[in-house]
Design a protein. Structure first.
Length: 189
């Protein structure tokens, strides 16, 4: 196994651990993504060999873009999902008719009040053949109920999206909090 050496990045002080075979070569720092030339082997041998670990830079860098993005996306989903879900749920509740089955039967029966038995029979045959009511024959309360139920289900989906946003928001906060705690421990040590 080749000997390992610690080499600090001249740009951000991130400490890289390199093998002897990489001495004198150009390296890419994982901390700042800038390249630099590693010291020559004779200069590395003058330093003490190090274990195979690298340390993070000593800067107070902002949270990573992924963590900040997760937090921001979670916040947006939480706000938009909960507010729009609530108002859509309220509107859907207004559309759903509170009429009971008896009132609906009366409304449906009134459709045929002025019809002859032959017309009713012909209508029923068309319903059986098509397996649904023609759109022009559906009572207004029925279409409003269907729309209300659909919108209520959409509002439940928005509430689910808000819950997903809350999870992303909490995950982003926890992740950023752990980064800060790690930086504090690194400064003390």
């Amino acid at each position: 196994m080749s000997q390992m050496f610690s080499v600090p990045c001249p740009h951000c002080q991130y400490v890289l651990t390199i093998a002897a075979k990489h001495a004198g070569q150009q390296l890419l720092c994982p901390g700042c993504q800038k390249s630099f030339d590693a010291p020559k082997l004779r200069d590395l041998k003058a330093s003490v060999p190090s274990p195979v670990t690298a340390t993070k830079p000593h800067s107070d860098a902002r949270p990573s873009l992924l963590k900040a993005g997760m937090f921001s996306l979670g916040l947006v989903l939480l706000i938009v999902g909960s507010i729009s879900g609530y108002f859509l749920w309220q509107y859907a509740g207004e559309l759903i008719s509170p009429a009971d089955e008896h009132q609906r039967a009366i409304a449906f029966g009134n459709t045929f009040a002025d019809s002859s038995p032959a017309e009713v029979w012909q209508f029923m045959e068309s319903v059986v053949a098509n397996r649904e009511l023609p759109p022009f024959e559906q009572a207004e309360w029925r279409t409003q109920d269907e729309l209300g139920r659909f919108l209520r289900n959409v509002s439940y989906g928005l509430f689910g999206l808000a819950a997903l946003g809350l999870v992303a928001l909490i995950a982003g906060l926890v992740s950023m909090s752990r980064d800060r705690q790690g930086k504090r421990k690194h400064r003390r040590g």
